[in-house]
Design a protein around this ligand. Sequence first.
Ligand code: NI
Length: 181
Amino acid sequence: MIRPILRMGDPRLLQRSQEVTAFGTPALERLIGDMFDTMHAADGAGLAAPQIGVLLRLVIFGSAGELPNPRYPGEPPVPQTILVNPVLQPLGDEMEEGWEGCLSVPGLRGVVPRWRRLRYSGFDPEGRPVERTVEGFHARVVQHECDHLDGILYPMRVRDFTRFGFTDVLFPELSGAPADD
Ligand code: NI
């Protein structure tokens, strides 16, 4: 079921979400199904549970196919991933700047510095451990989604506001994409 996406200004997006404690339950399966329906309907690169008003430490991102996300056509595809109770560990101290948008901040993009490489760990919906070492856009998407679990929206990390603006002004070539954010 497609759920409404909370938009910046809603105080629930500023909360710290709680750990998931019950794995493999029908309620968790339903929640994840709703998150995928919602993310796909908006062509999102990822979605965090608090964005649909559920304050649990759960994120989804990536896509099952090999195609790049239409909202980020220049970026490599990221494997479809469900990550519960994630923990991020930066590898090295290298940061990288890149453009980000957010379904909770529709119509805007900004340049955000992120760790270039990191290891992330957590659990799948059945409670089995997940661990990956990633870099670049994949690492950026994970950092963006996991920030939502701590009440952080990407505009809070923008340092150079000359590179923050409306998507259709910054990137007119994207204006034909199915989503307007
Ligand atoms: Ni977001």
